[in-house]
Design a protein around this ligand. Structure first.
Ligand code: MG
Length: 264
């Protein structure tokens, strides 16, 4: 009888242990993924919003509200920012399928507001005699109208490193200088994660940015301190979850083409 009990015990323990053995299928997940057709080369994927495809500036308007140079100027303006598509037409040019900055006419911004995005944009710094530093082909991509990834000729054109091409302006120096010479087209592929605020306006999570410049990683998920400030130290001020993306008029005839994004 004892032997029988022992045998039953062994069988029970063995079967229990066997039942607890992991099987590979237990860690294999199945979900219904949205299908996206990738673009060819620089082409946009099938789920992208096209912001400029070479034809016109219908997705853009004259920037409704500028922010100023320091937090003193910005702090009261930022809460008032809205995505409103009824602005005046963008006063920049379209030539040969390219956007050209019309110097002195101000920033342009998307008619639509965006939060978290993957953005592709191509830009060209034209050659300019006698220019240097921040004044040699300057523009910028301003996410939500206030968080700038710098556009600048940074090929053999020294300036402060947290203000060169692909810097998060005055916040993050790029990991390397992947710039091409003036007159050549360059690409940015940027993942921008917007800051999140509580209902009471306190910061829940800061903005984060990843940038590939000409296919080279230059900003690796860096955390922003607040909006881009030319003067002084930035800090966060709560704002709408979706706001227009702006392109900077810094007085130079920069060129842009093939602009698209995917909302994340
Ligand atoms: Mg700039």
């Amino acid at each position: 009888m004892k032997k029988l009990s022992l045998a039953i015990c062994v069988i029970l323990i063995t079967s229990t242990v066997y039942a607890q053995q992991p099987v590979p299928e237990a860690t294999e997940l199945y979900v219904e993924l949205q299908k996206v057709t990738p673009g060819n080369g620089a082409g946009a994927p099938s789920d992208a919003i096209i912001l400029f495809d070479g034809n016109d500036l219908s997705q853009w308007q004259s920037q409704k509200r500028g922010l100023g140079a320091s937090m003193v100027d910005m702090k009261d303006v930022i809460p008032l920012l809205r995505a409103e598509a009824d602005g005046e037409d963008a006063p920049w040019f379209v030539e040969n399928g390219e956007i050209v900055v019309n110097p002195g006419t101000g920033y342009i911004e998307t008619r639509q507001g965006f939060g978290d995005v993957q953005l592709h944009i191509e830009w060209l710094a034209p050659p300019a005699e006698g220019k240097s530093g921040q004044l040699y082909s300057n523009s910028g991509v301003f996410f939500m109208g206030m968080y700038e990834v710098q556009v600048l000729n940074s090929y053999e054109n020294p300036t402060y490193n947290n203000g060169q091409a692909s810097s998060v302006y005055k916040q993050h120096i790029p990991l390397v200088n992947a710039s091409k010479p003036v007159g050549e087209w360059q690409t940015y592929d940027i993942i921008f994660m917007s800051p999140k605020f509580s209902d009471k306006g306190t910061l829940v999570s800061p903005a984060r940015v990843t940038v590939f410049h000409n296919g080279v990683l230059v900003q690796n998920n860096v955390e922003l301190l607040g909006p881009t400030c030319y003067i002084g130290t930035p800090y966060y001020v709560a704002h709408e979850p979706k706001l227009p993306i702006a392109l900077q008029d810094h007085g130079d005839p920069m060129r842009f083409r093939n602009i698209w994004l995917r909302e994340l």
